[in-house]
Design a binder for this molecule. Sequence first.
Ligand code: ZN
Length: 322
Amino acid sequence: MAEPLFLKPVFHEKIWGGRKLSESFGYDLPDGDIGECWAISGHKNGTSIVENGTFSGQKLDQLWTNHPELFGNPKGSVFPLLTKILDAEDSLSVQVHPDNDYAMKHEGELGKTECWYVIDAEPDSYLIYGHNAKTKEELDQMIDSGDWDHLLTKVPVKSGDFFYVPSGTVHALNKGILVLETQQSSDTTYRLYDYDRVDKTTGKMRELHLEQSKDTITVPYKRPQLDIETVEKNGNKYTTFVQPPLSPYFAVYKWEINNSDDFKHEVGSYTLISVLSGEGQITIDNKDYSLSKGQHLIVPATVNSWKLSGNLNIIASESGEK
Ligand code: ZN
C-alpha cells in the first residue's frame, strides 16, 4: 500500500522532565513531568500506533513482523530505530550506553548509539560529552572517587547544533535543552552519576550502574569528526548530519523546505520524518496528506518517490541496516 504511516507519540514521565512538549509542539500530555516523547518507536517499552489508512490502529512492532514489505523485507527482528523528543527541564543523569555485543549479552536487546539535533537551548546551556581519563585505571579511579569535575567534558550548546553519540560515550543533556534524538531501538542506560537526586514518586535515589559503566565506556575518548554538509536545491536546504559508514546504524538529515521538491529513499528503503516546524504536505501517488509541526511519520518501502511542499523544517532519518 503506497501511503505514509502517521504515528501517535507515546509519552514518558521522567525525574528531569517538564511541560515543554505541550508548549512547543501542542501535544496533549498526560499529567506530570514529561521528559520523553517516543515519536517513532517499535520498542516494547512504548510502541507507536499507526493513526491513518490501511494499517490504522496497528502497532509498529507488529507491522515490522507482519508486513516486512513496508520496510524492504529487512533481516533484523526488531524495528531498528527510535525517534524521540527530549525535554530536559532538569539535567539528565551522567550516563553511557552499551554497544550491540554487550547489550545483547547482558540486556537481551540492541546497543544504543544515538544522536541529537538541538531544537532549542536556553542561553549558556551545556551538555556533557566525553571524558578526560587517559587510561582505564584513571577512569575507574575518577569514578570511584566521584571526581566528576575532572572526569567530565562540558560542551556549550545552542539551537541547530548536532551531536553524534556512539555507544561507549559518557554523556548527559543538561537543563534547558530540547532535542530530537535519533537512536538505535534500545532502552538500556547505565548511570554513573545522578546528582544525588531523590525521585519524587519513589522517595529514593535512582539506581546507579558503576560496574556496567566502567565496562562500556570507551577509553580514551575521541570526539567523532563529523562531515556535516548542506546543499541547496530548488531554494531548499538539505543537510546531512551523519550517514554510514561513519554512523553505521542510521543516516540523519535536516530538510528546510520552501518550495515543492521530489524525494526518494537514499540510504535505506524507508524514511522516518519528524516535522519540527511549519506547515505543508506530503504527496504520494497524487494524494496529498497535510503536515504540521509535531507530526511524525514513516514513508514505507512501498513508496518509491514522494513530494514535499509548503514551508517545513524536518528531521529525517534512515536505517543503516539492510
Ligand atoms: Zn543517552
